[in-house]
Structure formats: structure tokens, C-alpha cells
Design a protein around this ligand. Structure first.
Ligand SMILES: Cc1cc2nc3c(=O)[nH]c(=O)nc-3n(C[C@H](O)[C@H](O)[C@H](O)COP(=O)(O)OP(=O)(O)OC[C@H]3O[C@@H](n4cnc5c(N)ncnc54)[C@H](O)[C@@H]3O)c2cc1C
Length: 400
């Protein structure tokens, strides 16, 4: 494939860049600063509405849902250009990347009319309520119960690590409706109104100082049967669609790369250290390998193909590298590396902020080990992980 833009792609890139330059400031640093206060949310909602009004909100979505009806390559180009600017995009990533595609795939026409455009314009924010204290990598082990009562379902249980639940309006909720069935077969998915009585989001205080994800408790929450996504007992099939979209969405990580730590080492006078130079060379080689792998993904997209499980490699490489790079930079800073005062941190806190975020990135959207399992089983076709509990009724499984 020729990686230069075609004339049409160059035209789209120029249009996108002009729009971004008109409305946003260029990014001054690749550090991960994770603001989520009221002001940030307001700014994010305004930016999302402006993008939607100008058909930049969801490039590949059909026009009937407010998208541009554009190509996958245009989507790649938009992502590349928007990443160069200080764009407040975070709060909508889960809703538009995972929840709404699931609503489009399994919801009724009323659901689509009611939810899709409002989410696209940033008027309503969505969260993904899958993980529980004993169901993360093995998400089919969820225990949150949904019990039918007339035309409604009554929900009781607890979710955890729910990003953005405290400011979300709606969520997609994976529940257990039949504990007598094997774990993958007794699940059902719902749309849940996060602002209704009985739903309590308790933000988790993170090492970085942020509060981005939550424990969410459901106490006798009532959901009408009409807000079910997919058939009763088919929740796993619905969840797979969400998770497939998640795997496509989680690629490389934002944050400082080998070139930024090289610049920093030059300033700090440690570039002549031979051990450091060796490590720098390893990061450079891994980054080049990942860049070429991304070109393969782009080639697949430009041919109208969907990138496959090999895409999982991006997060393994970049999240680990981000953690290593930030760790080395902080060591280089000596005592100053321990500072947490934003005004005084060396290099404007570029490495500290990203260091706090990197471990989470290695877990969210599939841990390193789970992604390696996917590559082993589905790319390299090695024997499958042992799954002894697959056909056992859920209520006969040892719990704990
Ligand atoms: C920043 C962040 C945001 C998140 N946002 C959301 C969200 O919005 N909604 C949501 O539902 N969840 C969310 N999560 C939860 C996330 O999906 C889970 O944390 C993740 O799936 C891992 O599950 P766990 O934490 O229960 O760890 P566990 O599954 O208990 O894993 C513990 C350890 O065991 C390893 N392990 C587990 N199974 C295997 C295996 N078969 N083979 C080898 N090793 C294995 C894991 O790799 C890990 O090292 C988020 C997590 C993070 C960090």
C-alpha cells in the first residue's frame, strides 16, 4: 500500500486540520493529564456538539445517525489530526466507541431514535457496566442479578471500575438472569438509566489524584423489559459485540515516547550513559515495529477489511513501553522525580502524570496476559487456555 494520502484523503485531511485549527489550541505536550471536573465536562460537551454539527463526530457512522458516512481511512486521518490538538474527547469514548454501537446492533428502532443522536452530540454520556469484583478478565462470571417481575426486571448487585459512571446518564448493564445455566448462557444485557433511584456510583480515589472510575451499586433498581438488549440469556452474544468494539478502540497509548525521553535525557545530560542508550535503542526498535504493524492495520482498513485479533499487540507494546519510559525519566530526575506539585514537577509533569496512568492502561480493555492469550490462540493458533468451568451451571461453580 502507498501510505501517502490519495488526493481525496489529502483534501479531507486539509478540511479536518482547518476545522481543528479554527477551534482548538495545538497540544503542547503528549503527557496524560486527566481532568474530569465540571468545567472540563462542559468544554467536552460543547466540543462534541460542534464536531457533530460539522460531521466530524463519528466519521464512519451512517448519515442517518448523524455520522459523516465516511471511510475507515478518513477516520484514521481524523484521529491523527485531532490527536495533535488539545481536544477534550475522553468522556464520550466508551459511549460512542462501545455502548452505542451495541445499542445500534441490538436495540429497537425506538432505542436508536431515542439515544443515538443525543450521544453523538454529547448531550448524554454512557458507561459500560460489565466488570465486578470477581468478574474482570472472566467477565462471564458476573453475579449482578436481574429477576423478572411482570414487565420489569429488578436489579441487585455491584459493578466496579466503571469509568465515568458518576457523570453518565445511561449505561449498558450485563446481568445474570439464570444462575442454573452455564456462566456464558445465563446472562442478559440491559440499558440502565444511571440517574434513577437505587443506582449509586461511588468514585474510586486513584493514585494520580483523579476519580475517574467507580464502584456502582444497584439496589432494587427497576428496568422495563423493553430496555433489554438482545434475547433473555443471550447477554454474552451482546457483550461480545461491545468487547469487539473495545478491542478495536484500544490501540496505542497516548503519552511520551522514545523521542521525548531522548530529548529529556539530552537536557539532563544522561544521553552519554551506555546502558541508557541501549534501552533507548530497544524502545526505538519496538516503536518502529509497532508503527509498521499499524501500517498493516491501515492497509486492512483501506481495503474495507476489519482488523483482526493481531491488533491486540498495540496495547501490549505501547502500554509497557509507556510505563518503562516514564519510570526511567523519573529515576533520571532523582529527588525531583518524587514531586507531585503540578507547578514544580520537572518537564511540566509530563512523565509523572503518564506514569500514574500507565498501569491502568495495561489492565483496561484486556490485561497484558489476556491479550497475549488472544494472540496465542487466535493469531498463532496455539492450544486454547484451559476452561474447566465452561459447561458447569453457574450456581454449582466454586465462588469466592
Ligand atoms: C483504567 C480502567 C478503566 C476501566 N473501565 C472499565 C469500565 O468502564 N467498565 C468495566 O466494565 N470495566 C472497566 N475496567 C475493568 C477492566 O475491564 C478489568 O480491570 C480487567 O478486565 C481485568 O479484570 P480484573 O481487574 O478483575 O483482574 P483479574 O481478571 O482478576 O486479573 C488478575 C490478574 O490475573 C491475570 N489473569 C486473569 N485471567 C487470566 C488468564 N486466563 N490467563 C492468564 N492470566 C490471567 C490478569 O492478567 C491479571 O494480571 C477498567 C479497568 C481499568 C484499569
Amino acid at each position: 500500500m502507498d501510505f501517502n494520502d490519495t488526493p481525496e484523503e489529502a483534501e479531507f485531511r486539509a478540511e479536518a486540520r482547518a476545522f481543528l485549527e479554527k477551534h482548538l489550541e495545538p497540544k503542547t505536550s503528549s503527557g496524560v493529564r486527566r481532568e474530569r471536573g465540571e468545567d472540563f465536562l462542559r468544554r467536552a460537551k460543547d466540543w462534541q456538539a460542534l464536531k457533530a454539527d460539522n460531521k466530524f463526530a463519528q466519521i464512519t457512522w451512517p448519515k442517518e445517525w448523524g455520522g459523516r458516512g465516511g471511510t475507515a481511512m478518513q477516520n484514521v486521518i481524523w484521529g491523527q489530526e485531532e490527536a495533535k490538538f488539545d481536544a477534550p474527547t475522553g468522556p464520550f469514548a466508551i459511549g460512542l466507541g462501545m455502548c452505542i454501537p451495541t445499542v445500534i446492533a441490538f436495540g429497537s428502532d425506538e432505542h436508536k431514535q431515542r439515544y443515538v443522536k443525543k450521544a453523538l452530540r454529547g448531550e448524554e454520556i454512557w458507561c459500560q457496566l460489565f466488570s465486578e469484583p470477581a468478574a474482570g478478565s472472566d467477565v462471564a462470571g458476573v453475579k449482578t442479578r436481574a429477576v423478572k417481575d411482570g414487565d420489569e426486571w429488578v436489579i441487585n448487585g455491584q459493578k466496579v471500575w466503571t469509568s465515568g459512571a458518576h457523570y453518565s446518564d445511561y449505561g449498558i448493564l450485563l446481568t445474570r438472569t439464570d444462575p442454573k445455566a452455564p456462566k456464558h448462557k445465563g446472562l442478559t444485557m440491559f440499558i440502565v438509566d444511571m440517574k434513577q433511584a437505587g443506582v449509586e456510583a461511588r468514585p474510586i480515589h486513584q493514585a494520580s489524584g483523579g476519580r475517574e472510575f467507580n464502584e456502582v451499586y444497584f439496589s432494587d433498581v427497576r428496568i422495563p423489559d423493553s430496555d433489554r438488549l438482545g434475547e433473555v440469556g443471550q447477554g454474552w452474544k451482546v457483550a461480545i459485540v461491545t468487547l469487539m468494539n473495545e478491542r478495536l478502540a484500544v490501540g496505542g497509548s497516548p503519552g511520551p515516547d522514545w523521542s521525548e525521553i531522548m530529548d529529556y535525557a539530552r537536557e539532563a545530560g544522561t544521553l552519554s550513559d551506555s546502558d541508557f542508550r541501549q534501552t533507548l535503542a530497544d524502545w526505538y526498535i519496538a516503536a518502529q515495529g509497532y508503527k509498521l504493524t499499524k501500517f498493516r492495520t491501515q492497509t486492512a482498513l483501506s481495503r474495507g477489511e476489519t482488523p483482526g485479533p493481531e491488533n491486540s499487540i498495540g496495547k501490549i507494546i505501547t502500554a509497557n513501553q509507556l510505563q518503562d519510559i516514564c519510570n526511567s525519566a523519573i529515576e533520571m530526575q532523582g529527588h525531583y522525580g518524587l514531586m507531585t506539585d503540578e507547578e514544580r514537577m520537572p518537564a511540566d509533569g509530563l512523565f509523572q502524570q503518564s506514569f500514574m496512568w500507565a498501569p491502568g492502561l495495561r489492565i483496561a480493555g484486556g490485561t497484558d496476559e489476556i491479550l497475549k492469550n488472544i494472540i496465542a490462540e487466535r493469531v498463532l493458533e496455539l492450544p486454547q487456555d484451559v476452561r474447566v468451568d465452561k459447561d458447569v451451571p453457574f450456581d454449582e461453580l466454586k465462588q469466592g
